[in-house]
Design a protein around this ligand. Structure first.
Ligand code: NAG
Ligand code: NAG
Ligand code: NAG
Ligand code: NAG
Length: 397
C-alpha cells in the first residue's frame, strides 16, 4: 500500500532526526503565495512524527485560507509563526479561520502576525444588534479547542473578523506576551474569549480592540489574568452568563495587576435576567487594577439585556458568590464608578470591596457607588462612599 509505505518511510525520517533537536517542517512557498495546502500537509506530517517537531512559517507575508490543525499528535508540536499570514475577505460560513484542535503539549510562538483582514466584513456583521440566531456569523481568527498543556507566546492577532482568540476545552494553557489589535469600532472583536476550560493563564498581554478585551464564558475554572493592558475595548468581563441552557459554573477567576485605558467598561460580571439555567459563578477576584478614563469601572450587572433580547421581569438565576474587588484606582469616564446590581431573586453573597479610589471629573458628577441586592463587606478606603446612592431604574435600558 503506497500510503502505508509513505508513512513508514516518513517515520524513519523522523527517527533519524531524534538525536538532533525538534524536526523542522518549514513552509517553502514564496512570500505572497497561498500556503493553506502546504501548511495543512506539513502539519499532518509533523503531527505523525514520533519525536518533537516544529512547524515553521518563515518571515514574509503569506495568504492563508481556513485551516484546521487537528491532533492528537504523536509528540509535542511547536508552531512557529515568524511571518504574517493574511486571511482573505471571503467568508464561507465556517466559525474559524485558523483552528488548533485536540493537541497535547503544544506551543505557538515566533513573533508573527495573524491578520484576519476584518475591515470589510465588520460592516456586514450585525450579530451584536440582532438575535444571535439570525445574523451572519463571521469566523473567529484563532481557535484553540481541547488543547492540553500548551503555551502561546509572542504572537499578534490583527483585525479579526469576529473574536480574535477563542479557547474551549483547554487544560493548562498559558498565553503570554500576546498583542491584539483592532480598531475600537470593530464589532464583536473580543480579544481572548475563554470558557469550559481548567487552568488558563493570560499574562503580560496588550489588547486594543472593539469589544471585550477578555471575556470569560461558562464552565471556566481557574483562570489567571495578570499584567494585561486593555484599551480601547469593553474591558475584562465575566459573562455574559445565562443566555443558554446547559451552562456550567464559573469557579476561580483572578484578575491582577491589569491596566485599563479609555475602555467602555472596567472589570465586570454580567448575567442575563430570566437566565436559561441556574449556575454559580464563585471565587472571582479583581485586584490591583489601574484605570484611566474607564467608563463603568466596577460593574456587576445581573440585568444585562442588550437590545432587549430577554425577559427583564424575571430576575437572573445566576448566583454570584465570593466576589472581591480590591485596590482599584484611577479615573472613570462616567459617574458610575461602582455599580453592584445583583439579582433580586439571588442576591450576591460574600462580596468584598476594598481600597477603591475612583475619581470622575465630568459635569454630571461626582462619581457614585451603587448597590442593590448586595451588602458588600467593606475594607480599607472607599472613594466614592460605598452604597451611597440609590439605584434608579433607567427606562428603556
Ligand atoms: C477600513 O476601510 C475603510 C474604508 O475603506 C478605511 O477608511 C479604514 O481606514 C479601514 N480601517 C482599517 C483599520 O483598516
Ligand atoms: C502545563 O503546561 C506546560 C507547557 O506545556 C508544562 O510545561 C507544564 O508542566 C504543565 N503543567 C501542569 C501542571 O500540567
Ligand atoms: C502585582 O504587582 C505587585 C506590585 O508590583 C507585586 O508585588 C505582586 O506580586 C503582583 N502580583 C501578582 C499576582 O503578580
Ligand atoms: C475616554 O474614553 C472614551 C472611550 O470610552 C474616548 O472616546 C475618549 O476619547 C477618552 N477621553 C480621553 C480624554 O482620552
Amino acid at each position: 500500500m503506497g500510503v502505508h509505505f509513505g508513512v513508514s518511510t516518513f517515520f524513519v525520517f523522523c527517527l533519524l532526526a531524534l538525536s538532533a533537536n525538534a524536526r523542522e517542517f518549514r513552509i517553502t512557498a514564496r512570500p505572497g503565495s497561498d500556503i493553506t495546502g502546504e501548511l495543512s500537509k506539513l502539519f499532518k506530517e509533523a503531527c505523525q512524527c514520533v519525536d518533537k517537531s516544529t512547524v515553521l512559517i518563515p518571515k514574509g507575508e503569506f495568504k492563508l485560507g481556513e485551516i484546521e490543525m487537528m491532533g492528537p499528535c504523536k509528540a509535542p508540536i511547536i508552531f512557529v509563526l515568524q511571518g504574517t499570514v493574511r486571511a482573505d475577505g471571503n467568508v464561507n460560513g465556517k466559525d474559524f479561520w485558523v483552528a488548533f484542535r485536540r493537541i497535547t503539549n503544544f506551543r505557538l510562538n515566533g513573533g508573527g502576525i495573524f491578520d484576519g483582514e476584518g475591515n470589510a466584513s465588520w460592516r456586514a456583521n450585525n450579530c451584536h444588534k440582532t438575535s444571535l440566531t439570525q445574523c451572519k456569523r463571521l469566523p473567529i481568527s484563532i481557535r484553540f479547542d481541547y488543547i492540553t498543556d500548551g503555551k502561546v507566546r509572542d504572537i499578534t492577532s490583527l483585525d479579526a473578523k469576529n473574536f480574535h482568540i477563542n479557547v474551549i476545552g483547554a487544560k493548562n494553557l498559558t498565553f503570554e506576551d500576546i498583542r491584539i489589535v483592532a480598531p475600537d469600532e470593530s464589532p464583536n472583536t473580543d480579544g481572548i474569549h475563554v470558557g469550559r476550560s481548567d487552568g488558563i493563564k493570560i499574562i503580560n498581554t496588550n489588547i486594543k480592540t472593539g469589544d471585550d478585551c477578555i471575556s470569560v464564558g461558562d464552565g471556566m475554572k481557574n483562570l489567571l489574568v495578570e499584567r494585561v493592558t486593555c484599551g480601547p475595548g469593553h474591558g475584562i468581563s465575566i459573562g455574559s452568563l445565562g443566555l443558554y441552557g446547559h451552562e456550567e459554573d464559573v469557579t476561580g477567576v483572578k484578575v491582577v495587576n491589569c491596566t485599563l485605558r479609555n475602555t467602555d467598561n472596567g472589570v465586570r460580571i454580567k448575567t442575563w435576567p430570566s437566565a436559561a439555567c441556574s449556575t454559580t459563578a464563585s471565587g472571582i477576584h479583581f485586584e490591583n487594577i489601574i484605570l484611566q478614563n474607564v467608563s463603568n469601572p466596577i460593574l456587576i450587572d445581573q440585568e444585562y439585556c442588550p437590545w432587549n433580547r430577554c425577559n427583564k421581569n424575571k430576575p437572573s438565576s445566576i448566583k454570584l458568590v465570593d466576589i472581591k474587588f480590591k485596590n482599584i484606582k484611577g479615573s472613570s469616564g462616567n459617574k458610575d464608578a461602582v455599580k453592584l446590581l445583583c439579582s433580586k431573586g439571588f442576591p450576591c453573597k460574600n462580596v468584598e470591596i476594598g481600597d477603591i479610589d475612583i475619581t470622575y471629573n465630568g459635569k454630571d458628577g461626582p462619581a457614585t457607588f451603587q448597590c442593590s441586592n448586595v451588602s458588600p463587606k467593606l475594607v480599607g478606603k472607599q472613594c466614592p462612599k460605598a452604597c451611597s446612592s440609590p439605584v434608579t431604574k433607567q427606562p428603556g435600558h
